[in-house]
Write a protein that binds this ligand. Structure first.
Ligand SMILES: NC(=O)c1ccc[n+]([C@@H]2O[C@H](COP(=O)([O-])OP(=O)(O)OC[C@H]3O[C@@H](n4cnc5c(N)ncnc54)[C@H](OP(=O)(O)O)[C@@H]3O)[C@@H](O)[C@H]2O)c1
Length: 206
């Protein structure tokens, strides 16, 4: 698929590496191609393409937001016509939020009126997105939420393409904040409780 990743930091770089390895076309959409983060991503990823945010979105089928949450308010006018595109919110409103909205997802939905908005790639650390495989357990799990089932199913496949074993559907728009709380649960265990960032969630059933 043609994927635009807005932001070239920890999460953007991790996802871009996985998508490129899986054979997708990836363009970073950045505000500054010479920023320290863009230069680091460019050095790490062979064949990385950097464009302006507007240009990166033009041909994209999927746009993934990997910036601080409040940046979405600046980004919306730059995304262009997203009627036929899926927009993925990978951010967490932990320290800041896109006021007056609770999350980036809510801002995108309200300001663009698009139904094709999916929350995903927010619930684990970027190291787990770079390498979702744990020796002896296999792939860890990813989680998503949003109202549009067809958009979610595209994003679920993208998660599997980069090595997640499963991408569980948390439910509709009403579960987006729960998914951010789920991310906070990971942050709590990994960072606040000191278990380290090589820790991940996997659903088991019987
Ligand atoms: N770090 C994690 O493990 C993790 C895991 C899950 C979700 N998240 C969420 O993912 C998001 C990104 O986290 P990160 O760790 O990847 O952050 P990061 O390394 O600081 O990267 C943020 C990127 O966003 C860009 N950016 C900032 N403000 C912008 C604006 N107004 N317009 C356009 N681009 C802008 C930055 O551009 P410049 O290069 O120009 O500064 C940078 O490329 C956050 O919302 C975070 O909560 C993080």
């Amino acid at each position: 698929m043609k994927i635009s990743i807005i932001g070239s930091g920890n999460v953007g770089t991790a996802l871009a590496q996985g998508f490129l390895k899986a054979g997708h076309q990836v363009a970073f959409g950045v505000r500054n191609v010479s920023s320290a983060k863009s230069e680091k991503a460019s050095a790490l990823i062979v064949g990385a393409v950097f464009k302006s945010i507007e240009e990166s979105c033009l041909l994209a089928e999927v746009i993934i937001i990997t910036t601080p949450p409040e940046a979405v308010l600046d980004l919306i006018p730059l995304l262009g016509d997203i009627k036929n595109k899926i927009v993925v919110d990978a951010t967490n409103s932990v320290r800041t939020k896109p006021e007056p909205y609770a999350t980036t997802f809510h801002a995108i939905k309200d300001l663009t009126k698009s139904e094709k908005v999916v929350k995903c790639f927010n619930s684990t650390g970027f190291e787990n997105m770079t390498d979702p495989i744990y020796p002896s357990f296999g792939g860890i799990d990813m989680f998503c939420a949003g109202n549009d089932k067809a958009s979610k199913s595209v994003v679920q496949q993208l998660a599997k393409d980069i090595g997640f074993a499963e991408c569980w559907d948390f439910g509709g728009d009403d579960k987006v904040e729960l998914l951010e709380k789920f991310a906070l649960s990971w942050i709590n265990l990994a960072i606040l409780q000191g278990h380290g960032r090589n820790l991940a969630f996997k659903v088991i059933k019987r």
